[in-house]
Design a protein around this ligand. Structure first.
Ligand code: AMP
Length: 289
């Protein structure tokens, strides 16, 4: 596995790869790997000749009061883990490489960056879109691999790639979960044992909502209320939001129809967890609210 720290070195290696006509898959990450990250890499290995993984904790996607300083990092552990996955190139740029002095250019995917998580994390998706655009220009992959866990990020990056004509395919990989249903996240290690024991309630509440929608529940407010009730009843989690939106446009739903995305963010102590499910409903359910 090549471990690369500069754009020049990265481009030299990838130039040879492209000359051979090999297909490049790219998995951008912030490191501290878990099975969710590895599932993206495995998919990339399956579908491409070369898998490039980046590890960069992007300061521009953290708000001033967020957990940039506390974000878990362990590049030695990460390197060992992905060597076993036969990743071809690990790209670990420093802040100076990504944002040299006098950096001034940002990408703002309007509207859809400001709903759901974006409402509570101003500037977050501007930071995400900017760093991913830059990484795409550095790596120039054929396929970009993203996790469904970050549903809004997927929609923002798909829109950015389409609007700015990035010549890249986007592959979305299902959310990897612990046995008890908790979505894997680098932040899970920050949970106390009590919080960790309660956190699976998020996915239980989402699955329960999905069951009710499939059974014909038509009221958006009832579905949201049900999820909120389950979370508050069975955990000490503090709900930031629970929302029912169109999975492709992130527009709030009035009618339960099409690709329904139910997304939520909940604090367990200082740790903010997100999760979501997508429920495809062909016919509209009766609206009751
Ligand atoms: P992160 O390191 O958290 O920025 O995540 C890097 C990539 O891994 C993003 O595309 C995430 O959506 C994806 N990812 C994170 N957690 C999971 C998970 N539990 N299942 C699938 N993909 C994930």
């Amino acid at each position: 596995m090549h471990i690369v720290k500069t754009i020049k070195n990265l481009r030299q290696i990838l130039h040879q790869v492209r000359r051979k006509g090999q297909k490049i898959g790219f998995v951008p990450t912030m490191g501290y790997f878990h099975e969710g990250h590895l599932s993206l890499m495995r998919q990339a290995k399956k579908e491409c000749d070369i898998c490039v993984v980046s590890v960069y904790v992007n300061p521009k996607q953290f708000g001033p009061k967020e957990d940039l300083g506390r974000y878990p990092r362990d590049i030695k552990r990460d390197t060992m883990m992905i060597k076993k996955e036969n990743v071809d190139i690990l790209f670990i740029p420093s802040d100076n490489v990504v944002y040299p002095n006098c950096y001034l250019t940002y990408i703002d995917v309007e509207k859809i960056s400001n709903t759901l998580c974006g409402q509570y994390r101003p500037g977050h998706f501007k930071g995400v879109a900017t760093v991913v655009a830059k990484l795409l220009n550095m790596v120039q992959p054929d396929v970009l691999y993203l996790g469904q866990k970050d549903a809004q990020q997927v929609v923002v990056l798909k829109t950015m790639a389409a609007d700015l004509n990035f010549p890249v395919g986007i592959r979305v990989v299902p959310t990897a979960r612990e046995k008890d249903g908790l979505a894997m996240s680098s932040r899970n290690i920050r949970l106390s044992s009590q919080e960790r024991a309660q956190a699976p309630v998020l996915y239980k509440a989402l699955k329960d909502a999905a069951r009710h929608i499939k059974a014909g529940e038509g009221s958006v407010s009832k579905i949201i209320g049900r999820i909120q009730k389950t979370i508050t009843q069975y955990s000490s989690g503090k709900i930031q939001y629970v929302a029912c939106v169109d999975a492709d446009t992130l527009e709030p739903l009035k009618i339960l129809k099409g690709n329904i995305l139910i997304a939520l963010a909940v604090f367990f102590g200082k740790t903010r967890l997100i999760d979501n499910v997508i429920i495809p409903i062909k016919k509209s359910n009766k609206v009751q609210n």
